[in-house]
Structure formats: structure tokens, C-alpha cells
Design a binder for this molecule. Structure first.
Ligand code: G
Ligand code: G
Ligand code: MN
Ligand code: NA
Length: 254
């Protein structure tokens, strides 16, 4: 209850922060970032999302906080697009199904794009399979609307949900994100390796790009590249960090 009360005040108290985790290509060059939310609590210090996202969702506070995240990420995109060294960078933002299902979601995203001047085609929304379990037609319509504006969709935690694969044929996705739980085990579990190989093949045959998260070692990266995955995110390239550290990577390399 205390946590919920504090969460209700976090927005007005200016306690939300975004950190950014690098996404790189086969040559370890920075191609973009994933924006990750942190709560700078006056007494508890940095609180991680595992502790507060469920509460934000059950109280629907996720709607306002999620819009703060999008707006902050889009302001960053707008700053980056005006400098030659950063103009190519994409920003991925996690979207809770609760937030996506709001009637006002699409108009709000469009308003944020307009207000911030961010290039829509550099914005990637990370959604999860849970979103596709119910009201598929509504979901499809909303995704198509945003896709028509240039916004891209990446399917987070791929393979960890319970939904069928039928939605893959219908929804305007751009990318599958291989979940870290599969990536961690590719070297020692043949079953996991098979799942990752099949995911890469599935993405290729559907014309989607594929990115692996949770890449912690050079050996993991090389295995993934050998099997046709050429985009990566994980501690090998960098932890979630502040904007200044992301920009420094462009000059020093990861
Ligand atoms: O930041 P960290 O790597 O600890 O993230 C833990 C979980 O919190 C991940 O599943 C991530 O998707 C989720 N998460 C992080 N930031 C956001 C956000 O801004 N919105 C939503 N809905 N989830 C987030
Ligand atoms: O569910 P989502 O993909 O949004 O979760 C991102 C989460 O994964 C964040 O909490 C981030 O800190 C974490 N993460 C990113 N890269 C790595 C990694 O290489 N190893 C581990 N253990 N966690 C990672
Ligand atoms: Mn994510
Ligand atoms: Na994930």
C-alpha cells in the first residue's frame, strides 16, 4: 500500500528515469537502444521494474507512466535525428498490454510523435504475445494504424507466451526478439539451440528481422551469427545506461 501511494506521486515528484541498453549489429556497431524504466525513489534508491510494473498495471497507473516513457524516448529520438553521428539510432519502448488496449493509445502516440518531432520510423514498440490472446482484430487495427505512420513493432519475449502462432501471419510485425532465457542456454542445451534456430528461420521466412537479447559472451554472439542472427542486445555490449554513456559508445565502440 505504501508502495502504491509512492507510485501515485512518482510522476509529479519527477522520480521516473529512463536508461538505455545498446543494440548492435554484427560489427558491434550501435544501431539503437532499448529504453528501460527506473524509479528513483528518495529512500529506496533505484527501484527496478520487476517490483513496480505489476503494481502500475493493476492500478492502471501504467497508462500515464507509459506515456511519460514514450514522450521521453521520443524527445531523445528527436535530439538524435539532428546530429549526423546519432541520426541512424532507433529507440525501442516496452508497451504494456494494459496500455496498448486503451482506446486512446493510438491517438496519444500520434500526438507524442507530433509534439516531439521524433521520426516515427526510428521508434520501435516492443509488445508481447499476451497482447494477441484477446481482441485480435482490435489489436491488428491499432497496429496497422501506427505502422502506417512508420512506427515499427518488435515482438518481445518471443516463445515464452501461450498464444498460437496464427497472429504472425496477420499482424504488421517487423522484428522477433529472441528471449534471453533461450539465448542463455544455446551452448549447452540442444533443445534450446533448436528453438533459437527455428525462431531465426521463422523470422527469415516471414520477412521479419530478428534480434537476440541476453547476449553475455562473445561465444554466444558468434553462435547466433553462425545461425543467421545479426542483431544483438546484452551485457556483452553494455548494460542499461544513461544517454551520455550511450553517446560515448559511438566514439569509443562497445
Ligand atoms: O530494466 P529491466 O531489464 O530490469 O526490465 C525488467 C522488465 O521490465 C522487462 O520485462 C521490461 O520489459 C520491463 N520494462 C522495463 N521498462 C519498461 C517500460 O517502460 N514499460 C513497460 N511496460 N515495461 C518495462
Ligand atoms: O523483457 P525485456 O526484454 O524488456 O527485458 C529486458 C531485461 O533484460 C532488462 O531487465 C535488462 O536489464 C535485462 N538484460 C538485458 N541484457 C541482459 C543480459 O545480457 N543478461 C541478463 N541477465 N539480463 C539482461
Ligand atoms: Mn523489452
Ligand atoms: Na524479453
Amino acid at each position: 500500500a505504501r508502495l502504491e501511494k509512492d507510485l501515485r506521486q512518482a510522476l509529479t515528484n519527477d522520480e521516473w528515469r529512463l536508461v538505455y541498453q545498446p543494440q548492435v549489429d554484427i560489427e558491434d556497431q550501435l544501431t539503437g537502444v532499448e529504453a528501460l524504466l527506473r524509479w528513483q525513489h528518495p529512500e529506496r534508491g533505484m527501484v527496478s521494474p520487476g517490483e513496480f510494473i505489476p503494481i502500475l498495471e493493476s492500478t492502471r497507473l501504467i497508462n500515464d507512466v507509459g506515456m511519460w516513457v514514450l514522450e521521453t524516448a521520443c524527445k531523445q529520438l528527436n535530439e538524435w535525428q539532428h546530429q549526423p553521428d546519432t541520426a541512424h539510432l532507433t529507440v525501442a519502448v516496452n508497451i504494456s498490454p494494459i496500455q496498448f488496449r486503451e482506446d486512446s493509445f493510438v491517438p496519444k502516440v500520434k500526438a507524442i510523435l507530433r509534439r516531439t518531432g521524433a521520426p516515427a520510423n526510428k521508434l520501435k514498440l516492443e509488445v508481447t504475445e499476451t497482447l494477441f490472446v484477446e481482441s485480435q482484430e482490435n489489436t491488428q487495427r491499432k497496429m496497422e494504424h501506427l505502422r502506417a505512420q512508420g512506427v515499427r513493432f518488435s515482438l518481445d519475449d518471443f516463445g515464452t507466451g501461450y498464444s498460437s502462432l496464427a497472429y504472425l501471419a496477420k499482424l504488421p510485425l517487423d522484428q522477433l526478439k529472441i528471449d534471453q532465457s533461450f539465448v542463455f542456454k544455446v551452448l549447452d542445451s540442444p533443445a534450446n539451440a533448436a528453438i533459437v534456430e527455428s525462431t531465426i528461420a521463422l523470422a527469415q521466412s516471414l520477412g521479419l528481422s530478428v534480434i537476440a537479447e541476453g547476449v553475455e559472451t562473445r561465444t554466444h554472439k558468434n553462435w547466433l551469427a553462425r545461425h543467421g542472427c545479426y542483431a544483438f542486445q546484452g551485457y556483452l555490449f553494455g548494460r542499461p545506461m544513461v544517454v551520455e554513456e550511450i553517446e560515448a559508445l559511438l566514439y569509443t565502440g562497445v
